[in-house]
Every structure is written in C-alpha cells, then in structure tokens.
Write a protein that binds this ligand. Structure first.
Ligand code: NIG
Ligand code: FE
Length: 421
C-alpha cells in the first residue's frame, strides 16, 4: 500500500455536501494555494494546505513504520483538479459518420437524416454487423482518447443495437471496457434510442418489445445501471417514454432521459414527474418544466458541444441556475450529433457560449457530473476516502480549459493515485 504525497500544487475542488450544487452554490469551490494531496492505496487520505497535510503524513508514517513504500511528487506549482466525470456519452460505436456531417452542413436537419434511415440507424447497421472484438477495439480507442483529455469516469450508453441481442452485445462490450481500461465506466441501457425500421409503422410494438423482452434481458444480464430514452418528435413520445422508464425502474435501473433536445415535447416535465436522476440536453425545454425539475431535484446534464455541432442555440444555462436546477456538463460523444471526446472543449463552450463562470463549469464537470452517474460517494471531488483521480494542468487554474482554446491543458492524468497518462 504505497503512500504518495503530491505537493506544491494549486488545488481546486468542489465542496461536496451530499447533494448536487445548485443556484448560488453551483460554483462552490475550495482552493488551496499551496496545497498537497496525500494518497494511500489509491484513495485520498488527506488534502489541504501543505503544512497540515505533511502533519497527517508524519502521523501516518509513524503509525505504519518505515517499511511503508513512500513517494513524494513535486507538482511544480501546477493546478491539481479532480478528473473529469463525463456523465453522458454514446462512445460504443464502430465508425464516425462524416458523410452525414457534410449533409448537415449543407442544411439537412439531423432528425430528417434519421427519418430517411440514416443517422442513428446507420450506426445501428454497422454495430449490428461488427464482430464483438472490433466493437470493443473501436470503443476502447475512443474511451482512451477521452482519458487523455482528463476524463477518469465515463457513462456509456448502448442504443446502436435496437434488438435484444445487439443491445446485450453492446452492454457486454461496455462492461469489458470497464474491466480493461483505467476508467470508471457506468453502463446505461438505451434500447429506446430510435425506432428500428422493422417497427416504423408501429412504434407501440417496439415499446412493447422494450418493456416485455429487452428490459428483462438487460436486467438478467446485470451490466446496465441506468436506462435512458430519446423522448423526441418522431422518436418516442412522452407517453411511450413514461412506459419505458417506469418498466426500467421496476427492473431496478436508475433513470435518465434525453429531454427536449430538438423540440419542446415535455421531456423535462416527465423527468420531474418521474423524479429521474437527470434530464439531459434540454436545449428546447420550457421554463415551466425547468422549474418543475428544480422542485423535484432533477439534475440537468447540458451538452454544449451538441448545440455547437448541430448549430442550435445553447441550453439556457443561466436561467436554469437562477431557477435552481443543479447543472452538470458532458460531451455527448457520438458519431452523429456531436463527435468529441474532449471535456476541455465542452468546458470551454460552457463558459464562453453558455455563460457559466469557470467555477460553475468546474463543479458541473466534476462533482455534479459524479452525481449524474450515481458515483458521488467515490469520485467527483478531492475528499478524504474518495478515489485519488486527478489531473495536473499546464498552469495555475481551470480557467485554462476555456482560455487556452482548442488545446488541452491536461498534462498528467492519475487514476486511483497511479499515473495513467
Ligand atoms: O444525444 N439524441 C440522440 N442521441 C444522440 C445522437 C446519437 C447519434 O446521432 O448517433 C444525442 O444527440
Ligand atoms: Fe445523447
């Protein structure tokens, strides 16, 4: 059980008080100007100003005796922050969709491409055809790219299967990624990502299949922790989404929803009604439904890089903070609406385009994001007892994520106290 002292660091962390931070607290951070972090066996033993942390170290070594392996790492004044938690991705896919991107640039709307059988459905075809090994290799490459940009915990959704067998295959791959990469991986079942062509004229039948066959099979497989639904015009209605999510809850899954991404269908209102853990996207959500989300403590997960890639107005983040909706941010990394693994890019957009302060974006991408995947007790902030997942930045402040545009300031990535990048 090696003991490590990281010292001479400017440390930023969100202040965890047991609930996601919101409103005037959204930007609540603690900063130690000359900080140190003491790690024992991969978890945080002590953090704070260097002098008291060194005291704690002495006590620990006195207790353990000289036989304990010990290492001291000088951070050379750089900023030390928790690893990013990316709470919304579709990183399990085989190939990007450049031709579709070109179509979108020429003016074809995202949902129109889906209606024509492209978009999500074209990824469904390639995922279905792929050997499990290939899907694993491609997913792994994507996830490791995210790690190099500072993501140490990631949620990954299925949803490019749309039949029982392929959805289970995706979840197996996601589980293998969890076991074979340094990241914490949170698997989400998203069989309700699109209506497959064989049910085009009868989406109710597909909902029936989801509820009666797919969800029980997912439950029996035991990999997925959450269920998500794409509640959108031409995809799943509010009523269908409700049925799917209620069935998922009965299968013991946590609930998430793609709500009001393109149209204001009322997904945010449904999130409040069902008290889902989170409602995600929210570009078009009504103020009334955002207010209901705030009342029911539903976390808003915003995906500014999707607005960027779809050339849509950004989600009204300032309004949400004013209403008291706790906010997280995520990449939404997928081959269609938003192809980026970079949390630094998303952080920059959150600050420059959605008007979050650096501290608010910081909390949104670390602690609140950890709440968004149900892992706030182990990751998301630098608190005693949590995993020692952290980054060393090329400078003194997380402002670099927005300020040094298009460039990642992440110099080193540590997972459970071990350097992984
Ligand atoms: O979050 N909206 C649905 N799902 C993804 C896009 C997936 C895709 O286009 O492949 C999203 O935008
Ligand atoms: Fe998404």
């Amino acid at each position: 059980m090696t003991v490590k002292l990281f010292h001479n660091a400017r440390i930023w962390t969100a202040s965890d008080r047991g609930i996601p931070l919101r409103g005037t607290e959204q930007g609540n951070v603690t900063i130690w100007e000359r900080g140190a972090l003491l790690v024992q066996g991969g978890t945080i033993a002590c953090v704070g100003e260097e002098i008291p942390v060194r005291k704690a170290l002495e006590e620990l070594l006195a207790e353990k005796g000289d036989s304990v392996p010990f290492q001291e790492i000088d951070c050379c004044g750089r900023c030390l922050v928790p690893g990013f938690v990316d709470p919304h991705t579709h990183m399990c896919f085989v190939e990007p969709r450049e031709e579709e991107f070109a179509l979108r640039l020429e003016g074809t709307p995202y949902l129109e491409i889906l209606r024509r059988g492209g978009g999500i459905l074209s990824s469904v075809r390639s995922v279905e055809a792929a050997e499990e090994e290939l899907l694993y290799e491609r997913t792994r490459a994507t996830v490791l790219r995210a790690l190099s940009f500072g993501t140490t915990t990631v949620e990954i959704k299925s949803g490019y299967g749309l039949d029982t067998e392929t959805e289970l295959k995706m979840l197996r791959v996601i589980d293998r990624i969890r076991r074979t990469t340094p990241l914490d991986v949170v698997p989400t079942f998203m069989g309700a990502h699109a209506v497959p062509p064989r049910f085009r004229n009868d989406s109710e039948k597909y909902v029936e299949l989801l509820v009666e066959e797919m969800l029980p099979a997912v439950q029996a497989q035991g990999v997925a922790l959450f269920c998500d639904v794409f509640c959108e015009e031409g995809v799943f209605s509010v009523d269908q989404s409700r049925r799917i999510l209620e069935a998922a809850r009965n299968c013991g899954l946590g609930l998430k929803i793609h709500a009001d991404e393109v149209h204001d269908l009322g997904g945010a209102g449904l999130a409040a009604e069902l008290r889902t853990l989170s409602a995600e996207h929210l570009l078009a959500a009504s103020e009334e439904n955002l207010r209901r989300m705030a009342e029911k403590n539903v976390l808003g997960i915003l995906l500014p890089a999707t607005a960027y890639s779809l050339r849509k107005p950004y989600a009204p983040a300032r309004k949400m903070i004013e209403l008291g909706v706790p906010l997280a941010i995520a990449t939404d990394c997928n081959p269609g609406s938003c192809y980026t693994e970079s949390m630094p890019f998303v952080f920059g957009l959150a600050v420059m385009q959605m008007g979050l302060s650096v501290a608010e974006a910081f909390v949104a991408s670390t602690l609140n994001a950890a709440y968004g995947v149900g892992l706030s007790s182990v990751v998301g902030s630098l608190d005693r007892g949590k995993r020692a997942d952290f980054l060393l930045l090329a400078g003194k402040s997380p402002a670099l994520f927005a300020y040094h545009a298009g460039v990642s300031p992440v110099e080193e990535v540590y997972k459970s106290g071990e350097k992984v990048v």
